[in-house]
Ligand binder design. Sequence first.
Ligand SMILES: Nc1ncnc2c1ncn2[C@@H]1O[C@H](COP(=O)(O)OP(=O)(O)O)[C@@H](O)[C@H]1O
Ligand SMILES: [Mg+2]
Length: 276
Amino acid sequence: MIAVQGVSFTYPGTSVPALKNIDFTIKPGQYLAISGPNGSGKSTLARLLNALLRPNRGQVLVDGLDTRDEAAIIAIRRRVGMVFQDPDNQLVGATVEDDVAFGLENLGLPPTEIRQRVALALETAGLASLRGRPPHLLSGGQKQRVALAGIIAMEPRYLVLDEATAMLDPVTREEVLQKVQHLRQEKGIGVILITHLLEEALQAEQIMILKEGRILFHGQPHELIQKEKILAELGFKLPATLDLAEALRQQGLKIPVNLLSVEELARTLWKLSLKM
Ligand SMILES: Nc1ncnc2c1ncn2[C@@H]1O[C@H](COP(=O)(O)OP(=O)(O)O)[C@@H](O)[C@H]1O
Ligand SMILES: [Mg+2]
């Protein structure tokens, strides 16, 4: 479990805290989306989770390891994998395959295990056909997937994606997120998805909204979509599916409030039509 307890953080040389009094936990296998306006503290929170930053107040515990404990930092970084928005700073290898293997070689794993893990990570990120290419010649979306594959190969227990799908086209983004979901379900990885897209956040089990360094909302997706004030404040527009569901509800159809995807709505309407 990652436990964030009463955490506040102020960047050196600034006077306004970037995060104030943050409390939450995430367990292996859970799926948390974090959203909020630019500058609300999302990336700062991400960096606190794998000890790139240390809290000024409160503590972050990763499976019981305190991020303020210098001796625990390597173990914490192995547990909490992080993929950032800008992939260029994360690519180091001469080929895609080398790049994905880089972290594993640093761990001193046997070559056969490295090959297996790299193959699986490339497959997961949809990169098997690009394995021999030089990463710097790839498109932004492809580079992003190389960075993701490199982290997946490390087999972290928690995966933090900080706007890591922002450079992908919608179809690839959906594919990558689906693959991340499979990893979560198969290996019990805890996933923290930082995104400014409401539709992406609604796929998570829990959503946390940050504003000016504080938690404005933390709950389930179906609870968030009923908070009109918060949605308006964030400039979030409900996806068309939810608007349609609400309109049908007002017509008297029995449509559950926790229904969020096109597929679920279609299934519900199909069942209702069978009863008519
Ligand atoms: N390296 C830094 N030094 C000083 N202030 C920073 C630094 N990085 C971010 N900030 C400030 O901290 C606040 C939160 O930023 P950030 O966590 O990047 O927000 P988000 O990821 O939600 O856009 C902002 O006010 C930002 O200007
Ligand atoms: Mg950010």
